[in-house]
Design a protein around this ligand. Structure first.
Ligand code: NAD
Length: 351
């Protein structure tokens, strides 16, 4: 189906309010998820609703809390989301870092125990809207690992996203926002639900043989998702695990920690003010010149043009705001079932 952003957001907010969230929290989570769909990342959009609703029922996601600051020492802030919605805690924590960076120039922000932060680029874009740069290292725990280390076939980590964002004065920010797995797990889930193959080089089956069959991630005997970019992508995933999980969260994917259906993100972010590097205007001019240089590259065969990180998402957002958000029927069915579970009725569900 194709659905417009506003009726979808209203419906999702109502669904989370019926699940126990306040209107303010539900509105923010709904807006975050729908923005992920608009950006083209259906893996981190409203398709997450069934797992959120399940985790609320299992008391693995507290829909009422917004978390609290547990360390506040100058340029270091640590925020405990207390297993509340990551979308709210992550934004609140980033607000604190943005405010603090005005005086300290740079902030090292930890966020721990967040129930799924969603699309990590959201927080970097939030910093960029305030004129600040950011980098974020994130791990994902609370459930069985899904990603194999480089050279291995057993699952040891999850999709550990990395994000770096830079503000620009008269142009949208540069936004690199990516899973460190070969593709985001949510994209494997979407392929599984649609019954479609995943690209080559992404999955191995339980015997370590390459496969395009997404079901190896959901049906026994389980296979594994590989890291992106061979040993280098794996190395970045390890740093996300150790900085986001180890330092900020005290919770890595090692087996001593609990594993259920929970989705916990721990994040370590550096937020900085580019104006303090001897002239924000020169930096902005230099970025613009370099980006123009990249854009002027002759496209390779089969490519329409060269883009910089963040542009594909903006193109998707424009198209989906104009034409509506496509949702596959399996995902929609899962969302509707969740809506009925929390007490909504047919009249609440947009068609
Ligand atoms: P992706 O592979 O679609 O894109 C990764 C990055 O590459 C983006 O910054 C994008 O702008 C850039 N890009 C894509 N095509 C490009 C092109 N042709 N030219 C230049 N740049 C290009 O993203 P992904 O790895 O599938 O991640 C999807 C989302 O999943 C992200 O928002 C991420 O934060 C999220 N995620 C979240 C979690 C979590 O636990 N919360 C875990 C993993 C991923």
């Amino acid at each position: 189906m194709l659905i417009q952003q506003q009726p979808l957001t209203d419906f999702v907010s109502k669904l989370f309010q019926a699940s126990g969230a306040t209107e303010v929290i539900a509105d923010e989570v709904a807006a975050h998820l729908v923005l992920a769909n608009l950006k083209g990342h259906d893996s981190h959009g409203v398709g997450m609703i069934p797992s959120y609703v399940y985790n609320i029922a299992q008391k693995l996601l507290d829909p009422t809390t917004t978390g609290e600051v547990i360390v506040d020492k100058g340029a270091v802030i640590l925020y405990d989301a207390k297993t509340g919605f990551g979308q709210v805690a992550g934004r609140l924590a980033m607000d604190l870092a943005i405010g603090r960076a005005r005086s300290t120039g740079v902030v090292c922000l930890g966020v721990r125990n967040a129930h799924h932060l969603g699309r990590i680029g959201t927080y970097g874009e939030h910093a960029a809207a305030a004129g600040l740069g950011s980098t974020s290292f994130v791990n994902v725990v609370g459930h069985e690992p899904q990603v194999s280390p480089f050279g291995g076939r057993d699952r040891r980590m999850t999709t550990n996203p990395f994000c770096a964002t830079l503000p620009r004065r008269d142009a949208p920010p540069v936004v690199l926002d990516m899973a460190t797995s070969a593709i985001a797990l949510g994209k494997v889930r979407v392929a599984h639900k649609k019954g479609e193959p995943v690209p080559d080089g992404v999955l191995v089956d339980h015997e370590g043989r390459p496969t395009n069959n997404a079901s190896v991630m959901y049906e026994e005997p389980f296979g594994a998702l590989g890291p992106f970019g061979g040993h280098k992508g794996y190395g970045l995933a390890v740093m996300c695990e150790l900085l986001g999980g180890g330092l900020a969260g005290h919770w890595t994917a090692q087996p001593k920690h609990p594993r259920s259906s929970q989705i916990i993100n721990n994040m370590l972010s550096f937020v900085f003010d580019p104006d303090l590097f001897g002239g924000g205007e020169q930096f902005d001019d230099e970025m613009t010149a370099m980006i123009d240089y990249l854009h002027s590259t002759t496209p390779a065969v089969g490519t329409d043009k060269v883009r910089i990180p963040g542009e594909p998402e903006r193109e998707s957002e424009q198209a989906r705001r104009d034409n509506g958000i496509p949702i596959d029927s399996n995902s929609w069915q899962g969302i509707v079932t969740s809506a009925y579970k929390v007490g909504l009725t047919a009249s609440d569900i947009p068609s």
